[in-house]
Design a protein around this ligand. Structure first.
Ligand SMILES: [Zn+2]
Length: 276
């Protein structure tokens, strides 16, 4: 697979992004990627590589980065943090007779969606981490740096060529019908222009909220393979405050796919879901 530098600096300092990124190769990107043994290699999506980022000639900053079809997980060793980043490639559609999307409208949609997803998902839950029996000094250093609970941040990037998800956004008149959805298997999202407004929602068991539901952060949950919890058949149908139900709170169970993936990335560490 092609070299795909991880744009750590841009993520830290241009957050939230106000303009589309052109596939993570903008300035400040990882110019030199090393396996910890010192052998030059590529971060190629097969996962688990420890790389050293050299930015502006400063000292190496060690990361463990894994590219999944649904996003990038970056364990920032020296900061004891985890970044999750998902690239969205937008297709902007219009329901006639509305005017085409202006750049300003596109930028506002992306920035608002990104901010809502960040606000609902980031820094809400710390992921417990313990040392594995084979832990090396790198794992010991990471666990002590995090005090055994790792914060995680979520970032959505607007990219101008194929990303993790292809996101069709349909401009519709306010209040017009339009159901948003995500297909995890084909990595497609369909959203509507009024999805950024908080709205009411009901469970299949007829419990309703007036104004508490945020569509974009809910749909984001589907991009990490989460099912709807407002279904009568869901074991969590009564947890109406949950973002995957009709509320806006993240639960430990929502990080299952990320925790499973983390456990394939860092052999010296065992990540788990926090107790509820
Ligand atoms: Zn849903």
């Amino acid at each position: 697979m092609a070299l795909r530098p991880f744009n750590f600096k841009a993520q830290l300092h241009q957050f939230p992004p106000s303009t589309p990124h052109s596939s993570g190769r903008k300035g400040g990107a990882c110019r030199q990627v090393k396996i910890w043994s010192g052998k030059l290699t590529r971060v190629d999506g097969t996962g688990g590589e420890l790389c050293a980022l050299k930015i502006g000639g400063r000292a190496a900053m060690p990361h463990i980065v894994r590219h999944e079809p649904w996003g990038v997980i970056d364990i920032v060793l020296h900061e004891g943090r985890i970044f999750f980043q998902q690239d969205w490639y937008y297709l902007w559609q219009v329901r006639p007779p509305l005017a085409p999307w202006t750049y300003e409208e596109k930028r506002n949609f992306h920035n608002t969606a990104d901010r809502q997803i960040w606000g609902v998902w980031s820094n809400r839950i710390r992921i417990p981490v313990q040392l594995a029996p084979n832990a090396d000094s790198r794992a010991r250093d990471f666990v002590s740096r995090t005090a055994g609970r790792v914060p995680i941040n979520f970032d959505i990037r607007w990219v101008t060529r194929a990303g993790h998800y292809t996101v069709t956004v349909i401009k519709i008149p306010a209040g017009a019908p339009g159901r948003s959805w995500v297909n995890f298997g084909t990595r497609q999202i369909t959203l509507h222009s009024d999805d950024l407004d908080p709205r009411g929602a009901c469970t299949d068991t007829d419990v309703c909220t007036d104004n508490g539901f945020l569509t974009a952060p809910h749909e984001f949950g589907h991009t990490i393979q989460l099912p709807d919890e407002y279904r009568a058949t869901s074991p969590h149908v009564s947890d109406t405050a949950s973002i995957m139900n009709i509320g806006r709170q993240v639960r430990p169970r929502h990080l299952q796919l990320i925790v499973n993936t983390l456990n394939q990335m860092f052999p010296g560490c065992v990540f788990s879901l926090p107790a509820v």
